[in-house]
Structures are given as structure tokens and as C-alpha cells.
Design a protein around this ligand. Structure first.
Ligand code: HEM
Length: 409
């Protein structure tokens, strides 16, 4: 062992609860559901910010300084089922499959040219904003080129099929990385003691029973030459070719990646907007100021266009404040270390799961003044012409994160 490794191992492990012999902390985790609250309570009781990382410097250490070491994801039941055995991007551990899928997403789906190409589809859905879940509608349109899997409703609202689809997505999001017993004692997966496997399996069935036939039909249409132009993300996936002109993605990879795109876009934006509106209702002066900005930038009685967004600085600050105070989930997507490391003076052994606490950071009084106040002004930049950026490069909010696993969307 090198001298450096020896000195790393002499550092203490981060503080945490003392586990029982053999079962470790599993009984406590089961007794204290939901587990994320138990972890946050423990951190308060032990007066630590790094049993789970919420210290103001921790995100920079994990996501910038040691980005390479902490760039993997955990293997766990919910992730495996959702990604068809790690075929997609967000959920896959570091490796060739992750590299391939992330490259495809960055160059072909989240590229400026694709963004322009899908502009009209987003616009159509923005005009239907009040008809149920905008994010669900817009992603179905971008991926499948249609709003409805079934007949929909006459007034343009969602039918039973779309409701079931979006409900399935939200259930998966609730249970993904959800501290299932099987993740800590894999041989117990078959018994499914906490019921997570059934819940997530049923939700995936409800999502895939609508998506998968669309994918199979479209592959057939291209094969038979019925379809000739690329109109949406599904067409793009089907037509990607490797260096020998064979399909770059298998049907199973397309299925897994499409489920993940649906999950990536369905809850985050809607959660931020819903909280911003709720906060504005409680503080009408904020609502009035946002309305005044809309009147002056967009014009009274007109619909907001995407081209208006760069000029809606106060509205952007309201959304950013929602990301800070009301994050969509308590923890960032988990990271896993591929080597031993020292962070904040503690020894973090290889294979550790790193859960960055969003409220631990966004509501941290050492990072934010009066952290529990919803105050968009704190994000307004002093120079009037400068834009409020939703991404926080200093990582005082984990909105889009950063580094190798940062959000490319
Ligand atoms: C308001 C909207 C969104 C927010 C706030 C958001 C935020 C995030 C966050 C926090 C991560 C985890 C970063 C980490 O592990 O440290 C992430 C990862 C990711 N997001 Fe987003 N996201 C949004 C929308 C989207 C959309 C619409 C897409 C694509 C369709 C997308 C694609 C991805 C991908 C592919 C990753 C995983 C990157 C990787 O593991 O290599 N995101 N996002």
C-alpha cells in the first residue's frame, strides 16, 4: 500500500449511528421511515453535516474537486428495474454504457439543433398549459410526436391513458433509490418485505404498456419504409447508426432511455412552478411584481413565448427560489465513489454512497440569510443587464448539479 493510501486510511470515518452486529443500521432504517427524515434527524442529533453531506463546502468537494472519484451510481433494485438493467444514462454506474448513452443524449437529444427542431411542439403544448400536466404533455410530444396515447378528451385534456402514464412516472420517482431492504440484503429481494419491488414493478408496467407499443410500431414503420422523416426523439434514436451502419441502439436501450427521459423531465420543472405559485399566493407583493414584469416584457393579454424567458429576470428568480427552498426530493441523485478519498477531513472508503442533502444546503443558515423565507430578491443580480441563472455554479443550491454527472438537460 502506498504511503498516500496509508495516510488516507488514518483519517476518521464520517460520524454516524452505531450499527448492530451483522444487521448494521438496517433495523433502525426500517423502524424510522421515511429514511431520509431519519438521516436528517441523525445529522442534527450528532451535530454533523457530513454523515450525509450538507456542509456548504461538501458539494464542491464531491462534485468538483473529486468529481472523477464520485462519478458513479449505486447498483440497487429500483434503479436496475427502471433502467432495464442499467441501459440508460442517469441511473447507470460509470462505464462504457453510461458514456455511450450520455454522448447520445448530449449530441442528439439535448443539442441546440434538436432544441430548435422541437420548438414548435413545445409551443403547441404551452398553448394547452391549463390542460393537466404540461411537462407530461410536452415530453410525450417531444418523444412520440403526440400528446395522447389514447383518444384523449374532447377539450384537449388528458384521457385515462395519459393520467395512468403520468401517475406511473410519479410513483417510480417516489420509489427510485428508496432505501429498499433488498438493496442492503440482496438475497431478500425475492420476499419483497417492504413491497417496493411490487410497487415499482406495477408502476413500470403502467408506463411501459403505453410507451413500448409506440416504440415497436415505429421501429416497424422505419423498417418497412412507411416512415421517412425524423420528426421526434424516438425517430432520432431509431436512426442512430454505428460506424458499420448498424443500429446504434437496441430496442431495449431505446425503451430504457425513453422511460428515463420521461422521468427526468416530468417532476422537476412542475414542482418548481407549483411551489413558486403557492408562495406567491401567500405573499401577494411577489405575485404583483412578477405580473408587472410579465406585463412589461410580454405585454398584457399575450401568451409568454420562449423568446421572452431571458428577459423575465424576476420570474426566473422566483423559480430559482423554489429550487432552493422546495427541492423536488430530499437528496440529489446518489453518487458512488470508485476509489478511497478524503473529504472534509474524513475518510470516505471506495464504494461509499454519497447523498447530497438539498434542504441541508438550500435551508442552511450558514449559506443563506433567513433561509426559511421565500425571497426571490436574493437571486437578483446587482448589474441590471445580467441574467438570473437557474444553474448555481457555486453549488449553494443543487438545482442542476455539476461535473461528469451534472444535468445535461
Ligand atoms: C428543471 C428541470 C431539471 C432539473 C432541475 C434537473 C436536475 C438534475 C440533477 C440535479 C441531476 C443530477 C446530477 C448529479 O447526479 O449530480 C440531473 C441529472 C440528469 N438530468 Fe436533469 N434536470 C432537469 C431536467 C432534465 C431534462 C428535461 C432532461 C432530459 C430530457 C434531463 C436529463 C438529465 C440527465 C441525462 C442526467 C444524468 C446525467 C448523468 O448521470 O450522467 N434533465 N438533472
Amino acid at each position: 500500500m502506498s504511503r498516500k493510501r496509508k495516510s488516507i486510511k488514518h483519517r476518521p470515518l464520517p460520524p454516524g449511528p452505531t450499527g448492530y452486529p451483522i444487521t448494521g443500521c438496517l433495523p433502525e432504517m426500517i423502524r424510522n421511515r421515511p429514511t431520509f427524515r431519519w438521516i436528517h434527524k441523525l445529522m442534527q442529533e450528532t451535530d454533523t453535516e457530513i454523515a450525509c453531506a450538507s456542509a456548504s463546502e461538501a458539494p464542491t468537494e464531491f462534485l468538483k474537486k473529486h468529481d472523477l472519484i464520485f462519478a458513479s451510481r449505486p447498483h440497487c433494485m429500483s434503479a436496475r428495474l427502471t433502467s432495464c438493467n442499467y441501459l440508460s444514462t442517469v441511473i447507470s454506474p460509470i462505464g462504457d454504457q453510461w458514456k455511450k448513452m450520455r454522448r447520445i443524449l448530449s449530441s442528439h437529444v439535448l443539442s441546440p439543433s434538436m432544441h430548435r427542431k422541437l420548438h414548435e411542439k413545445r409551443g403547441e403544448e404551452a398553448d394547452h398549459l391549463v390542460r393537466y400536466h404540461y411537462c407530461g404533455n410536452v415530453i410525450r410530444k417531444a418523444v412520440f410526436g403526440k400528446r395522447f396515447f389514447g383518444p384523449g378528451k374532447e377539450d384537449g385534456g388528458p384521457g385515462l391513458q395519459e393520467r395512468e402514464h403520468v401517475d406511473g412516472l410519479f410513483t417510480i420517482l417516489t420509489y427510485l433509490y428508496g432505501f429498499a431492504i433488498a438493496d442492503y440484503v440482496p438475497c431478500l429481494e425475492i420476499f419483497d418485505f417492504d413491497g417496493y419491488k411490487k410497487i415499482i414493478g406495477d408502476a413500470l408496467d403502467n408506463v411501459r404498456k403505453y410507451q413500448d407499443p409506440e416504440i415497436t410500431n415505429r421501429v416497424e414503420m422505419w423498417r418497412k419504409g412507411i416512415k421517412k422523416t425524423e420528426d421526434d426523439i424516438l425517430d432520432v434514436f431509431i436512426n442512430l447508426k454505428d460506424s458499420e451502419h448498424n443500429p446504434l441502439l437496441s430496442v431495449q436501450e431505446i425503451r430504457a432511455q425513453i422511460t428515463e427521459i420521461m422521468l427526468a423531465g416530468v417532476d422537476n420543472p412542475s414542482n418548481a412552478v407549483e411551489w413558486a405559485i403557492a408562495e406567491m399566493i401567500n405573499q401577494p407583493h411577489i405575485l404583483n411584481r412578477a405580473c408587472r414584469e410579465l406585463d412589461s416584457v410580454v405585454g398584457r393579454g399575450k401568451m409568454v413565448q420562449e423568446s421572452d424567458l431571458p428577459n423575465l429576470n424576476y420570474v426566473r428568480a422566483c423559480v430559482k427560489e423554489s429550487f432552493r427552498l422546495h427541492p423536488v426530493s430530499p437528496f440529489n441523485v446518489p453518487h458512488v465513489s470508485t476509489e478511497d478519498a478524503v473529504v472534509g477531513g474524513y475518510f470516505i472508503p471506495r464504494g461509499s454512497h454519497v447523498l447530497l442533502s438539498r434542504p441541508g444546503l438550500g435551508r442552511n443558515p450558514r449559506v443563506w440569510e433567513n433561509p426559511l423565507d421565500y425571497n426571490p430578491d436574493r437571486h437578483m443580480v446587482e448589474v441590471e443587464s445580467a441574467q438570473v441563472e437557474l444553474v448555481d455554479h457555486d453549488l449553494r443550491i443543487l438545482s442542476f448539479s455539476t461535473g461528469r454527472r451534472g444535468c445535461p438537460g
